[in-house]
Design a protein around this ligand. Structure first.
Ligand code: SD4
Length: 336
């Protein structure tokens, strides 16, 4: 039903574009364009700065807020917030201590996107803890958007990043236990915190986002998920808002999830409505196997409104705004 509604909306907006280009004068077209303009931050009651992140990561949002309160940019805030979790060896889905692929390799995916729509990403990065910072270097210091594997590692080392063994004893032990049966199955809400996606609005009202992960535990060697794919794992449009995803990356990629959420906000949906609609795109597919995997989205719009939604229960968002740094349980689709 939800999906049908969305298709209907999309068809309607498509129709108006067609009318616009064929029948209306240029002046009328300009008038239509103005209608889409989002209320400027200065005229709304947004309480800035603010930061949101996937899962329960209050230390990470605290770090980001410290930067924002000091007048730092949203870009610095999301990078440094994500770095907190990358360095946390206890988190087995991000950075150092991440669970490896089937062959015992810890491989990281990360991306970052700024207020100008610039972006950088690394995929299948090994031996470097702060994948998000390498992604930022790709954005700022190369003519490219994405570096992969050995090339990404070589670039990081040239930039002065330290080579480290990311496979901790605890993750090695978990992998060895897994190898006994070697059964591959996506695990819903694998642990209390998972891929870190973070979105921030700074005191100037500018938005940036970042995402970092070791991907799915015991994935096939070479597998890359949604997290470093701009538009899937993350998308930022400083005029509209931003979204970041967590969960089974294949499903997010197939629906270009984060871009979809931002485009739905552009059409006038609230962040909450947009996240719900994007989850609807996944669960309403014919023969969707959604009962066996999790996907969660968090989103923020230019007005500082936020939303989060997932397929299954126990997805959460951490939000720091107005002096309160708290974990908020997400509403979810599968209530059966
Ligand atoms: C991936 N989306 O690699 C990531 C993993 C994740 O919760 O978010 N797990 O598919």
């Amino acid at each position: 039903m939800k999906r049908r509604n969305f298709i209907k909306n999309a068809a309607l907006s498509g129709a108006s574009v067609a009318v616009g280009s064929t029948l209306l004068s240029c002046a009328e077209n300009d008038k239509n364009k103005k209608k889409e303009t989002i209320t400027p931050v200065a005229n709304s009651k947004v309480s800035l700065p603010l930061v949101i992140a996937t899962w329960h990561v209050i230390d990470a949002t605290a770090k980001a807020m410290e930067i924002l309160q000091a007048g730092g940019t949203a870009l610095d805030a999301v990078e440094q917030g994500c770095m907190v979790e990358e360095a946390n060896e206890k988190g087995q889905s991000v950075g150092k201590g991440g669970l490896p692929d089937r062959e015992g390799n810890v491989t990281l995916d990360a991306c970052i996107m700024d207020k100008h729509g610039n972006c950088g990403s690394v995929v299948y990065l090994q031996n470097i803890t702060h994948a998000v910072s390498v992604a930022r270097k790709v954005m700022e210091d190369t003519p490219h958007v994405m570096l992969a594997g050995k090339g990404a590692e070589q670039f990081a080392l040239e930039q002065g990043f330290k080579k480290e063994n990311l496979l901790t004893e605890a993750s090695k032990k978990a992998w060895e236990e897994w190898k006994v049966e070697s059964k591959y199955k996506p695990i819903i809400n694998i642990e209390n915190h998972d891929t870190i996606g973070m979105l921030a609005i700074d005191k100037n009202g500018d938005i940036s986002g970042a995402c970092t992960t070791s991907g799915l535990a015991y994935k096939m060697a070479g597998r890359v998920g949604d997290s470093p794919i701009i538009g899937s794992g993350l998308f930022v449009d400083n005029e509209i808002g931003a979204c970041v995803a967590t969960g089974l990356g294949e499903e997010v990629v197939k629906t270009v999830g984060s871009f979809l959420v931002v485009e739905l906000m552009r059409q006038g949906k609230s962040p909450q409505e947009a996240c719900e609609e994007a989850i609807g795109r996944i669960v309403n597919k014919p023969n969707s196997d959604y009962k066996n995997f999790q996907v969660g989205y968090i989103a923020v719009n230019k007005k500082g409104e936020t939303g989060s939604y997932s397929i299954h229960q126990w997805f959460s968002m951490t939000k720091y705004q107005d002096g309160v740094n708290e974990q908020i349980q997400s509403d979810f689709f599968n209530k059966s």
